[in-house]
Ligand binder design. Structure first.
Ligand SMILES: *Cc1c(COP(=O)(O)O)cnc(C)c1O
Length: 433
């Protein structure tokens, strides 16, 4: 729709929202940005990144100095002693699968502490309702899985385990936590202090050598520290996708595993093979792009969080809509804003609006569809430069009650603000403007 259709009233509402945000929440977002950006930049400087790191070694990829530098800069940025950052990771799900397979073998026990995990992990674990476990799933490979939930219905962390839970945790090989809420309408995103509390609770009953692994997808640089830091529970391994936060909107693919060097090395063997580990693999001349994405990532996460706070601030006025987190939540553990819209038509309309203000394929109108790895039909607005990238402005939601839209990203605040103007216009009758 042409910009001339947007009324002055819309602009006034946005400016009023911005005045609230500048007072209540943006200073906190900026403080986090300064801390995370400093850490990222210092990673480049201490690693002595230079032009020679931008060229890949073909074939086996032996002695690829850029690949080693990439790992070291990411390790520093993610407060870990080692990292494995590779374009060969197909997605966040694949990266998590490699990490789980690197840490778990026949007879081992995976204990999930944060309830049912993200949908696309169900086939990886061998828990998908719709199919019997693949022989390559964890269950198929002889790993036993227990799902506990330390998150109370009120969204707090329980610090006491029942005797039965203590028994389960006392046998754990891997303790697994998911930081972001994912598509779960019933759980919040965990803050670093939540993660710390949950890990402390479980560690008190777990074997000393139990590995604490955190699915860090969407959480990178959202707070001043990462879960590897003592303030986030000192996790042994964190795992994420480069087409989310740490790719800075320009990484075209890839994932990372970061944490204890011995565990990262095991995961590298699970990705390549024993004998090669992290020491081989072509990097497709992508090292410069992946490093530049990391350099941009803290700033883009801050822009994305500003976008989410603006939309949340505006939609708190919309009858029948529930926003989470609340616009003035003091801490955001990830870049996701959920908008519970309550009706399938509203969810579709919202996602279509996001698509219509997208730089790529803005002329398309998304329809709900079944996506591999997800159990319900999902409506997705992703007019992004990198297909499926959710650090770019995007929205999606499973077509199931309570019809929750998951809005995330935006590489610039200008784009989030543009969405806000069109949102007010499109939903004006519901908002009674
Ligand atoms: C995005 C995400 C993943 C991985 O998803 P991919 O689409 O495979 O990258 C895993 N866990 C959570 C919580 C996520 O948000």
């Amino acid at each position: 729709m042409p910009a001339t259709l947007i009324t002055d009233k819309t602009e006034a509402l946005i400016q009023a929202a911005e005045a609230d945000l500048k007072q209540a929440v943006w200073p906190g977002i900026e403080a986090t940005l300064h801390a995370t950006f400093a850490r990222v930049l210092e990673g480049f400087i201490t690693t002595k990144v230079d032009e020679s790191h931008f060229y890949s070694v073909t074939g086996y990829g032996h002695d690829d100095l850029g690949r080693d530098a990439l790992d070291r800069v990411f390790a520093h940025a993610l407060e870990a002693d080692a990292a494995l950052v590779r374009p060969q990771f197909v997605s966040g799900t694949h990266t998590l699968s490699v990490a789980l397979n690197g840490c778990l073998g026949h007879g081992d026990r995976l204990v999930i502490l944060t309830g049912t995990p993200y949908d696309t992990l169900h086939p990886v674990l061998g828990l998908a309702k719709s199919q019997s476990p693949s022989p390559q799933s964890l269950v198929g490979r002889g790993v036993s899985i227990e799902i506990l939930n330390l998150i109370t219905p009120e969204g707090q962390i329980r610090t006491e385990l029942t005797p039965e839970e203590q028994q389960i945790v006392s046998n754990a090989t891997v303790l697994y936590l998911q930081r972001s809420r994912g598509y779960d309408p019933d759980r919040p995103t965990l803050t670093l202090s939540d993660l710390k509390a949950a890990i402390k609770t479980a560690r008190a009953h777990a074997p000393r050598e139990a590995i604490v692994m955190v699915d860090n997808c969407y959480g990178e640089f959202a707070e001043s520290h990462e879960p590897t830091h003592p303030e986030g529970g000192a996790a042994d391994l964190i795992v994420g996708s480069l087409i989310k936060n740490p790719g800075g909107g320009i990484a075209p693919t890839g994932g990372y595993i970061a944490g204890k060097p011995m565990l990262v090395a095991r995961c590298a063997e699970a990705l390549t093979c024993p004998g090669i580990g992290a020491d081989g693999g072509y990097t497709f001349n992508l090292t410069r792009t992946l490093l530049q994405g990391l350099y941009l990532a803290p700033g883009i996460v801050a822009e994305a969080k500003k976008n989410m706070t603006l939309i949340a601030r505006l939609l708190t006025a919309m009858p029948g809509v529930i926003t989470a987190p609340h616009w003035d939540a003091p801490v955001r553990g990830d870049i996701i804003q959920t908008l519970t819209l309550g009706a399938p038509e509203r969810l579709k309309r919202f996602c279509r609006l996001v698509q219509s203000v997208s730089p790529v394929s803005g002329y398309l109108s998304p329809e709900p569809a079944v996506v591999p790895g997800y159990e319900d039909a999902v409506v997705m607005a992703g007019g992004t430069f990198i297909d499926g990238s959710s650090i770019e402005l995007s929205a999606d939601g499973p077509m199931r009650p309570p019809y929750m839209a998951f809005l995330q990203g935006g590489l610039t605040y200008a784009h989030g603000r543009y969405l806000a103007r069109h949102l007010l216009h499109q939903f004006s009758e519901i908002l009674a403007l």
